[in-house]
Design a binder for this molecule. Structure first.
Ligand SMILES: [Zn+2]
Length: 122
């Protein structure tokens, strides 16, 4: 009956399931099974997310410790992030979206990107 409503309320899902079960009408187990499946799904770690987080840590260990080139415009490397050449993986694209690295495409040979000046460093 209110299945879509139940699904939209993840936090209250166990309460709803309990209430549905204890309703003194007809047997309502068929209403609860989808809820139970939702709960099981929610309580399991998402393997894709775990992989992605591990990848991001790997990137951080690699790109996060790279020596940063100077920006010719502002004269510091305070806002410089490494540039990454080539076609990025999905995880690397995410990492770049977060602003940790700048994707430079396949043909360029830049060393870094100044986020403040919005220009390549070399
Ligand atoms: Zn700059």
């Amino acid at each position: 009956m209110l299945l879509s409503l139940y699904i939209s309320r993840f936090v209250n899902i166990s309460v709803e399931a309990t209430e549905t079960l204890s309703a003194d009408k007809h047997p309502s187990i068929h209403l609860v099974i989808p809820l139970r499946q939702q709960l099981i799904k929610l309580s399991q770690p998402d393997p894709y997310n775990c992989d992605a987080i591990a990848k991001l840590k790997e990137f951080q260990n690699y790109y996060g410790v790279m020596p940063k080139p100077m920006c010719q415009k502002c004269g510091t490397n305070d806002n410089v992030i490494p540039s990454v050449r080539g076609k990025p993986s999905q995880e690397l694209a995410m990492y770049a979206e977060e602003g940790y690295v700048k994707l430079s495409g396949c043909t360029t040979t830049h060393t870094g990107w100044c986020k403040k000046c919005e220009q390549w460093t070399g």
